[in-house]
Structure formats: structure tokens, C-alpha cells
Design a protein around this ligand. Structure first.
Ligand code: TYD
Length: 233
């Protein structure tokens, strides 16, 4: 990689000498699991404990990401006929921009990053549910994320019916009328398998109870990572 392309990449720029690297926490889960609310509450809690924290989410987080979000989720002319690989590449393009311009710079200056959805969403949706080969989708994620991996991933797990009932109250997105329950079961099963395969990174939290209960379980999981012995409060 040339030095000029490197400075434009995720790890480019001047390292901030005295700042310790922030913690990168992602929240994942099937549609309607409540991870967006949980992410917001987690970020507010960290800030209330004097931890500088960036709250973000995918698809989105940058102007390009918001545009991809609009195209792939809310623009019927585009999403009705989206090829699975084109879909995967669009999410990946948005992710690369997000990692390079928002996530990695924040971590480097010592901020924590709380992100609703990240690479595991592509493994679960574009990989398991849409059937793109797992190794290929992983390779694409390595490319898109510059190998910036979460320190912890919270899987907010809910039964598919619970999630879909919650979702129907929100803004329409393409998944809701093109995909049936089996699709969302595949997503949920994929997430649970990912969590089982990487227990050091993943924490599975039951999202079917109250918001307060979910928040409390997530805080308990995150506390040792952010406020552990190496990082006194
Ligand atoms: P969104 O409205 O943000 O839903 P949620 O609140 O459940 O996160 O829509 C995100 C949708 O985009 C969701 O159905 C999953 C899908 N998605 C992918 O298929 N792949 C991805 O890489 C990402 C980030 C999202």
C-alpha cells in the first residue's frame, strides 16, 4: 500500500500519542430487537460516567452511508431488484467509509464507539439469510473494515415474531414485505451461531423483556470492558 493511499485509509493520519485507544462496542440483532434504543442508552450511560463516546450505526453514519441506507432500504425501485452481491457491496462500501472516517478516528483519539450494526449484520443477512458464501462475505468484511473489529458485540436476541411486531410500527423497509418469517429465522439462527463461535467477543442479551432490563444487562456486560482494571474510572 502506498503511503498516500495509507493516509487516506482507516488507520491513516497522525496517531494521537497519549490517548489510549477507545473501546469499540457493536450491537446486533434481528429486526425489531431494540438494539438502536439499547445503543443510545448505552452511549448515554458511558457519557454520564465521563467516558467520551461516539454513538453511530449502520447502514449510515456518514453522508455516503445515509445515501446507501436510503437506496437499499427505502427506495423500492432499487431494492425490489437488488442483486445479492450488489447489495453486499453497497453495505460494504458504506461500512468502509464509516470505518475510515468515523469509527477508526474516534477509537484513535481515545473515544469509545457504540455502533448499532456492523460487520456481523452482513454475515447474518447477506451471508446466512441471502446465501452468499460465508468465506466470501468474511473476506469482503475484512476489506471493508480495514480489520477494525469490535472489542465486544452485544447480540440483542428476540424471537422473530416479537421483533417483527415491533418493527411494523416503524418506517417501512424492504425486508418487511419481501421477506417472510423464514428469512428472519435464518437471521436469528445465524446470529446465535456467530455468538456461539466467538464467546470472547459476543454477549447474548435477552431483548424480549423491558427496556430497563435490557439496558441493565448490557451495562453489566460492558462495565468490565470499559472500566476494567487496565482502565480505571
Ligand atoms: P434499520 O431500520 O436500521 O433496522 P434496525 O433498527 O433493525 O437496525 O434497518 C437495517 C436493515 O438493514 C436491517 O433489516 C438489516 C439490514 N442490513 C443488512 O442487511 N446488512 C448490513 O450490513 C446492515 C448494516 C444492515
Amino acid at each position: 500500500m502506498s503511503s498516500s493511499s495509507r493516509t487516506r485509509g482507516a488507520r491513516g493520519g497522525d496517531p494521537v500519542s497519549n490517548a489510549r485507544r477507545g473501546r469499540f462496542i457493536t450491537l446486533e440483532g434481528p429486526d425489531g430487537s431494540g438494539k438502536t434504543t439499547a445503543a443510545r442508552h448505552l452511549a448515554e450511560w458511558l457519557r454520564s460516567r465521563a467516558e467520551p463516546t461516539v454513538l453511530t450505526g449502520e447502514p449510515g453514519g456518514t453522508p455516503l452511508g445515509e445515501e446507501v441506507r436510503r437506496l437499499v432500504l427505502h427506495e423500492r425501485d432499487v431494492s425490489d431488484d437488488l442483486d445479492p452481491r450488489a447489495d453486499a457491496l453497497l453495505f460494504a462500501a458504506a461500512r468502509a467509509q464509516h470505518t475510515a472516517r468515523v469509527i477508526e478516528p474516534a477509537l484513535q483519539r481515545g473515544d469509545n464507539v457504540v455502533c448499532a450494526r456492523y460487520l456481523d449484520s452482513s454475515l447474518a443477512y447477506q451471508g446466512a439469510a441471502y446465501g452468499i458464501d460465508a468465506d466470501e462475505i468474511r473476506q469482503l468484511q475484512r476489506f471493508a473494515t480495514y480489520d477494525t473489529l469490535p472489542d465486544m458485540t452485544i447480540l440483542v436476541d428476540v424471537p422473530v415474531q416479537v421483533g417483527l411486531a415491533r418493527k411494523r410500527r416503524g418506517q417501512w423497509n424492504r425486508f418487511e414485505d419481501t421477506e417472510g418469517e423464514r428469512f428472519f429465522e435464518a437471521v436469528r439462527t445465524a446470529y446465535l451461531a456467530l455468538a456461539e463461535a466467538e464467546p470472547e467477543r459476543y454477549r447474548v442479551v435477552d431483548g424480549s423483556g423491558s427496556v430497563d432490563a435490557t439496558d441493565a444487562t448490557i451495562r453489566a456486560a460492558v462495565e468490565p470492558l470499559v472500566f476494567g482494571q487496565s482502565r480505571p474510572t
